[in-house]
Write a protein that binds this ligand. Structure first.
Ligand SMILES: [Mg+2]
Length: 100
């Protein structure tokens, strides 16, 4: 399994274990816009959280479509993050759960 897929699987398992609603998307396939975050979840206050997962070696590039959708999510009071390591995910999750 590729490193990005491994990280993604670990995050999805964690979120499901936490009882979160989780969608794993396949951006760019029929019905799903290119740039759609890899993982979408909802915080208990109703806010959407979009996670764009990138490979942990830092070689992943956030595409213009992904950035545009991230901005759109933010404009709509959702949260959008680029995640390229488990540590980054933990940091983001800690922040999300602390400021609410
Ligand atoms: Mg990705």
């Amino acid at each position: 399994m590729k490193e990005e897929a491994k990280l993604q699987t670990k995050i999805i398992k964690f979120l499901r274990h936490e009882g979160r609603f989780v969608i794993k998307t396949q951006g760019g396939t029929p019905g799903t816009d290119t740039g759609t975050p890899d993982v979408i979840t909802i915080y208990p206050d109703g806010r959407l959280i979009g996670l764009e997962i990138k490979r942990p070696d830092g070689g992943g590039v956030v595409s213009p479509e992904q950035k545009a959708i991230g901005k759109q999510i933010n404009r709509n009071n959702g949260l959008w993050y680029v995640i390229d390591s488990w540590e980054k995910f933990e940091e983001v999750w800690r922040n999300v759960t602390t400021f609410i």
